[in-house]
Design a protein around this ligand. Structure first.
Ligand SMILES: Nc1ncnc2c1ncn2[C@@H]1O[C@H](COP(=O)(O)OP(=O)(O)O)[C@@H](O)[C@H]1O
Ligand SMILES: [Mg+2]
Length: 381
C-alpha cells in the first residue's frame, strides 16, 4: 500500500470511536505535500487532545497549539506555533542570562563588602546579614541547549557564477515537460511518490551521473560553466567503501582550491562530527550522518547548481533548519525535490508539480502563490 493510503487507514482506525486523545508519532513521514495538507485539515477538524511528534515545522505550526520542548531531560511547554516557540525560547534564555548577570554583579558587591568588614567589630552584624543575602541569591545555570546546529554554507566561486540561462531541456517527464531555467532560480519539484520526481532530476544530470538511466528521449543543454552538485534520494551506495569518514571526505577535495586536511577536518567539524566520529568507519554511520556527509561533499565541491532529491529525509530538525538557511543564502541555481512545505515555501521561486494523471504544472512564483492560483482555478471550475 502506498504510504499515503496506509496513513489514511491507520488514522481511520485511530479516529474510530471518536477518542478523547490522539497520539501521533511522525505522522507525515513519507507523505507527499498534498497528503500532508489533507492530514492537517482532518486533524484540525477534530476536537480531540493530540500529542504529536514531528520534524515537519509547517505541519507542527498548522496543527498544534503548543510546543513541548524536550531538552536535557526536562520538558517545557510553549503556547503557539513553532516560530512562536523559537522566539519565546530564545527570549527566555536571554532573560535568564540577564538575570544571572545582574545576580552575579550583586553577589560580587556583597562579597566585596563582607571581605572588607568581616574583621571590623562594628560592622560584623552587617557582614553576616550580607553573607546570608549572598546565599539567597542564586545563579541558575544557563546550560547551552543540548540542541546542536550544524553550520552549512554552499559557496559559489565568484569566477564560476552563472549568468542568464542555466539549462534548457525538452521532453522530460514522459516527454511532457520542457524547461528553461535561468541562473539563480530556485525550482521546487513536488508530487506524490512514484510520480517521477527523482527520474526528472536524474534525467537532467550529465551522462556520468546517470548510471545507465535510459529513459526519455530528453535533450538537455546546460550552460557551459554549469557545475552540478547532486544529492541523490538514496545515498547509501555512496558509502559502500571500507573507509573512515575522514578518508571518504578527503577523496572529495576539489583540486586547485587549497582544500588541505585541515579544511576536511573543519568541514566535518562544522557538520558536527567530533574528532572521534571522524575516525569511524562508513559502515556504522546512521541515516542522518550519511546525509550530513553528502552535505560535506557538496560544500567541498562548490557547485553552482544544486540538485537535491528529498534532502531532509532522515535529517533532524536542527540540520533541516541549518540546511534551509544555507539554501536560502545559496547564490546558485537550485532544483529541489521535497515534501517539506516549510523548506519549499521559504525557498522556491518556481514550482513544478508532477501529477499522477501525467500532467506537469510549471508555475513561476512562490509555493504560497501557487496554492492561491490553483485554488482560484478550482473555485472557478
Ligand atoms: N520519465 C519517465 N520515463 C519512464 N519511466 C519513468 C519516468 N519517470 C518515472 N518513471 C518510472 O517510475 C518510477 C518512479 O519514479 P521516481 O522518479 O522514482 O518517482 P518519485 O521520485 O516521484 O517517487 C521509476 O522507477 C521509473 O521507472
Ligand atoms: Mg523520488
Amino acid at each position: 500500500m502506498a504510504p499515503g493510503w496506509k496513513l489514511r487507514v491507520l488514522l481511520a482506525q485511530a479516529l474510530f470511536g471518536d477518542p478523547d486523545i490522539l497520539l501521533l508519532d511522525e505522522p507525515t513521514n513519507n507523505l507527499d505535500i498534498n497528503s500532508i495538507r489533507w492530514l492537517e485539515d482532518v486533524l484540525n477538524q477534530r476536537s480531540s487532545t493530540m500529542v504529536i511528534i514531528s520534524h515537519d515545522r509547517h505541519f507542527l505550526s498548522a496543527v498544534c497549539t503548543h510546543m513541548a520542548d524536550v531538552d536535557y531531560g526536562t520538558v517545557r511547554v510553549y503556547p503557539g506555533s513553532y516560530d512562536d516557540y523559537m522566539e519565546a525560547s530564545t527570549l527566555a534564555k536571554q532573560q535568564l542570562q540577564k538575570d544571572n548577570d545582574k545576580a552575579k554583579d550583586r553577589i560580587a558587591d556583597l562579597e566585596d563588602f563582607v571581605r572588607r568588614f568581616r574583621a571590623h567589630k562594628a560592622k560584623a552584624r552587617q557582614a553576616t546579614s550580607r553573607r546570608k543575602m549572598i546565599e539567597k541569591l542564586k545563579v541558575e545555570d544557563v546550560k547551552p541547549s543540548s540542541r546542536q546546529y550544524p553550520f552549512i554554507r554552499f559557496i559559489v566561486d565568484p569566477r564560476e557564477k552563472l549568468h542568464r540561462g542555466a539549462v534548457e531541456a525538452k521532453g522530460l517527464f514522459y516527454g511532457k515537460l520542457d524547461l528553461t531555467v535561468e541562473a539563480g532560480e530556485k525550482v521546487a519539484i513536488i508530487g506524490p511518490n512514484g510520480v517521477g520526481k527523482s527520474t526528472l532530476l536524474r534525467s537532467l544530470l550529465p551522462e556520468d551521473f546517470k548510471d545507465n538511466l535510459k529513459l526519455d528521449a530528453a535533450t538537455v543543454k546546460w550552460a557551459e560553466k554549469a557545475r552540478l552538485g547532486y544529492w541523490p534520494q538514496d545515498a547509501s551506495a555512496e558509502f559502500a567503501f571500507d573507509e573512515t569518514l575522514t578518508e571518504w571526505m578527503t577523496r572529495w577535495r576539489r583540486k586547485g582550491f587549497k582544500q588541505d586536511d585541515m579544511i576536511v577536518r573543519a568541514t566535518l567539524g562544522q557538520l558536527l562530527f567530533s574528532g572521534e566520529d571522524q575516525k569511524k568507519k562508513l559502515k556504522v554511520i546512521s541515516g542522518g550522518e550519511a546525509q550530513r556527509m553528502i552535505i560535506g561533499r557538496l560544500i567541498l565541491d562548490m557547485p553552482n547548481v544544486l540538485m537535491l532529491d528529498e534532502p531532509t529525509n532522515h535529517l533532524d530538525m536542527e540540520s533541516i533548519e541549518s540546511l534551509n538557511t544555507a539554501l536560502d543564502k545559496f547564490s546558485g541555481t537550485l532544483f529541489l525535490v521535497s515534501h517539506d512545505r516549510e523548506l519549499i515555501s521559504s525557498l522556491a521561486t518556481r514550482v513544478i508539480e508532477l501529477k499522477p494523471d501525467g500532467r506537469a504544472v510549471d508555475f513561476r512564483g512562490s509555493y504560497e502563490d501557487y496554492l492561491t492560483a490553483t485554488s482560484a482555478v478550482l473555485a472557478a471550475a
